[in-house]
Design a protein around this ligand. Sequence first.
Ligand SMILES: C[S@@+](CC[C@H](N)C(=O)[O-])C[C@H]1O[C@@H](n2cnc3c(N)ncnc32)[C@H](O)[C@@H]1O
Length: 590
Amino acid sequence: MAEPHGPPTPDRDEVHLHKKPRLQDDIKTAASVAGPSDVPMDEPIVDENIAESSSTPQQSNGKGPKPRGKNKRRKKDKVPAIEPYSTEDVILHDVQALLGEDVVLKAQEAGEDLKAPFEKQQVVELVVSALSSNGESLSIAPAPHPPWVILTPFALPGEKIRVKIYRNARLWSYADLVEVVEPNKELRDMDRVQCKYFGKCAGCQFQMLSYDAQLDLKRTVVVKAYQNFSGLPESTVPSIQPTIGSPLQYGYRTKITPHFDSPLRDLKKHGRPEDGSKPDWFKIGFNVIGTRHTMDIEECPIATPTLNKALGPIREGIVNKMDTYKKGVSLLLRESLEIPADGSPNPLPPPADTSVDSLTSDVEKKLCVTDHRGTIRERVGDKLFEYTAGSFFQNNNSVLVPLTSYVRDCIFPTTPSSSSSTSLPRPTHLVDAYCGSGLFAITLSPHFERVTGIELSVDSIKSANISAQLNALSPDRHTFMSGDASDIFATVTSFPRLETAVIIDPPRKGSDEKFIDQLIEFGAGVMVYVSCNVHTQARDIGMILRKSKAKRESGGGKEYVLESVRGFDLFPQTAHVESVAVLRLVDVDA
Ligand SMILES: C[S@@+](CC[C@H](N)C(=O)[O-])C[C@H]1O[C@@H](n2cnc3c(N)ncnc32)[C@H](O)[C@@H]1O
C-alpha cells in the first residue's frame, strides 16, 4: 500500500504533528461535511512484502530522466539520490509529466532542482492538478515560483487547498493538508468516510471517493507504470483492463500490526492516572501520515470485525502492564479460523454463498492470533491453508477466490484472445515461483497433473507442505522446495515446456535478471506475473519481452507477447494496487 505511507520526515515539526484535530475538522468544508468524528489510517497496508523498499540496482528502463549520479551537493542538502523504481522515482515521473520533460531537464542541468521555493512551515494556497501513483495530490507551485510541485495527501484533482510545507525534495515539496478551500464536489463526499482517524492515519487515502473512482484511479496507476517503467513501445502493451474490485471494501484486512514505543520514560515523567486508565500520552496504533509518530488507534474499519473485537482487550492488557515494556513493541493481530482440536480439516461451510453478507458474517468461527509463531488457518474457496502468523499471506481473504480464479482463467482462457488462439497445447504442469505458503499452487492444483512451488522462506515451504496435506493433495504430484526462485528451473527439466504455466509473484522489489534469463530459456507456454508493485512488474515485463524477442531473432522459434494487464484491488480505500500481467508464447511469424 503504495506505500500509502508518506515519506519519513525526521526533521518535521513536532508541534505541528501533534496539533489537535488537524484534518478531521479541516477537511470538512461547506460542501463536504466529514463522516465520523475524527479519523485513522495506518500501516495496515504495510506488510513484509508490500513495505519492502524497491532497491533493485538496475537502471530505469523508462523514458524519464535518469537517476542522478554522485553529486557533492547531495550530502550537504540531505536530499537522497533517487533509487530506480522507488517511491521517489515514481513521483519523479509524475512530476515530469506535470511540469514537462524539457522543464525538468533544464532545471536539473541548471541545478535548480534543489532550490525549493518554499520554507518549511510555509502555508501556501494551491490548485490540485492530478494524483500521483502513490495517492497524494500534485499541485504546481503558482507563479511567480519556478517550476515546482507540491505533494499533499487527502486532496483531489481540481480542488483548491491550503497546505503547510514540511519537507523539500528535488523539484517537489511535501506538505500537510490544512484545509480544502474548494472541494471537488464530483469526486469528494465526506459522508463516505467510515473511519474516525481519516486524514491523519497513514493507512487509507481514498475513503472520500466512490469505489468506482478508486478502481479507475488504480487503473491509471497501472497505465502510467507501463508507460514510465517498462521501456516497451506502446504497440506491445495491450490496453490496460478495468481494475477488479474487492468483494469487501471495509472490514477486509485479516492482519494488522499496531505498535507502541516504550512508555517507561513518560511513565517516570507523568505517572499513571490513579484509576489505572490509559494515559493520553501513551499511543498504541499506527503512524501519523508522513511521520514516524504513533497515533492512538482504537479501531480500524478496514480490519475484519474479529480483529477489531480483539483490539480493545489487547490494548487494555498492554496498559495494565505498561511498566514492563523496556522497548517499543510491534503487535500482530491476525485472523484465523478456529482449528479443530485434532487438527483435522475444518468442514466445508454450507453451500457457497457468494454474497458480501456471507463474507462478513461468521459462517465459520474466527479468532485473533497475536503470537508471531502461532498457527493461522484460512479458507480460500474449497481449500484450506495453514501458515505461521508472522509469515507472509495475502491480507484480504475476500478477494482471494476472485484473484486465484482470474489467474486460472488467464491460464485456461475460455474465449481465446488473438495470442492464446495460437496452437499452444493446454497446460498440464504448473510452476509457482515465489509461492509463499502455496496460495496459487494449491488453489489451482485440481487443474494440473503436476504442481511445483519454490520460495525463499523455509517456514512458508513447511506451511505449503502442511496445506497440501490438509487438502489431501498427493505428494507425488505436488512438491514445494525452499530456495531462490531461479533454482526451480533445474528441478523441472522433465516438465513439458509448452504445456507448463509459470506463476511469478515476487516481493515488492520484483524479480531479477538471473530468474528472467532462465525463465526465457525454459520457455513455458504461458506465464502469469502477479505483483504488489506494478512499477517493478512493468520493468520486469519489459525485460522479459526484450530478451524473448532477442532470443527469437537469434535462433528462431516463438516469442512472448503481453496478452493482458489489469489491476486487482487488494486494499480498498488505499492507493495500493496489485497487478496481474499475462504473457503467452506465440509464433509471431505465423
Ligand atoms: C508477494 S509474496 C507472494 C507469495 C504467494 N505467491 C502468495 O500469494 O501468498 C512473495 C514471496 O516471495 C518470497 N521471495 C522473496 N525473494 C525470493 C526469491 N529470491 N526466491 C524465492 N522466493 C522469494 C517471499 O518470501 C514471499 O513469500
